[in-house]
Design a protein around this ligand. Structure first.
Ligand code: NAD
Length: 240
């Protein structure tokens, strides 16, 4: 898809992240807005039942809505063989299975955190967990008061990567919901006489919006599959 302008349809377009994705598209030359859908009204925002119609003139859909809505949009994208990128979090195992099923017909890219740097720290945390065998691990995350899910999808992804690398149970996670915090995560490795912390602080939602668009550009033209940032950044080999 190099040098081609990517036409993007945004779902959850009236939300915090949807608006950030739109601002990012409007400021870029590599992307063009193919439409916006949301239940909440907004300028240029259509109701969700316009999704399938708008998808006809889109190259990819970028979603930041709810798990239920994301699964429905993914199924429509699968029918039309169009890439679907979702940053939505809080998927149940059944909903994740539905996304994976859509990925058998179209590229589906799902990442609980669209920051490439955060995805790199997933690998760093896994590496540390593997090597620092006798260190206790604790994950702490903080987000704005309106965030629906807890713990965050990002904290869960750290925990999953750590458990996979070290074996055993998921490490404990604590969550704070307060004010307008965009997203803070700290993975603490506490050993005898020392501790290591892998921490990330998001300063702006533009970070996640740009990351989601990068994912859309990467997913467009790819074979059907269920992808995440470990595929885009080729991080799987790093952990072998
Ligand atoms: P938000 O509540 O501000 O926005 C969600 C929007 O989705 C709302 O406007 C809502 O009306 C809309 N919506 C709900 N059902 C819909 C449907 N059926 N069709 C179309 N629109 C629908 O929430 P937010 O802060 O923008 O976050 C959205 C999701 O993205 C959450 O799951 C959040 O955890 C996640 N998130 C992910 C990342 C990441 O990097 N992956 C970053 C920030 C937030």
């Amino acid at each position: 898809m190099a040098n081609k302008v990517l036409r993007v349809l945004i779902t959850g377009a009236a939300g915090r992240m949807g608006r950030a994705v739109r601002a990012e598209i409007e400021a870029a030359t590599a992307f063009r807005l193919a439409g916006c859908v949301d239940f909440r009204p907004g300028p240029g925002v259509e109701t969700p039942d316009a999704f399938e119609y708008l998808l006809a003139s889109a190259d990819a859909a970028v979603d930041f809505s709810t798990p239920e809505a994301a699964c429905e949009f993914a199924a429509v994208c699968a029918r039309h063989r169009k890439p679907f990128v979702t940053g939505t979090t809080g998927f149940s195992p059944k909903q994740t299975a539905a996304l994976k099923a859509a990925g058998r017909k179209a590229p589906v890219f799902a990442a609980p955190n669209m920051s490439p740097a955060v995805n790199l720290t997933f690998a760093l945390a896994a590496l540390a967990a593997k090597r620092l065998k006798n260190f206790d691990i604790h994950i702490h995350e903080a987000h704005h008061a309106a965030k629906r899910d807890a713990p965050s999808g990002t904290a869960l992804r750290y925990a999953e990567r750590i458990a996979l690398a070290r074996g055993g149970d998921l490490p404990p996670i604590t969550s704070a919901r307060a004010g307008d915090i965009i997203g803070d995560h700290t993975v603490l490795f506490a050993g005898p006489h020392e501790r290591v912390e892998i921490a990330h602080r998001a300063h702006s939602r533009a970070l996640f919006a740009a990351g989601a668009l990068k994912a859309a550009a990467w997913a467009a033209g790819r074979k059907p599959g269920f992808y995440d940032y470990f595929d885009l950044l080729e991080l799987r080999d790093l952990l072998k």
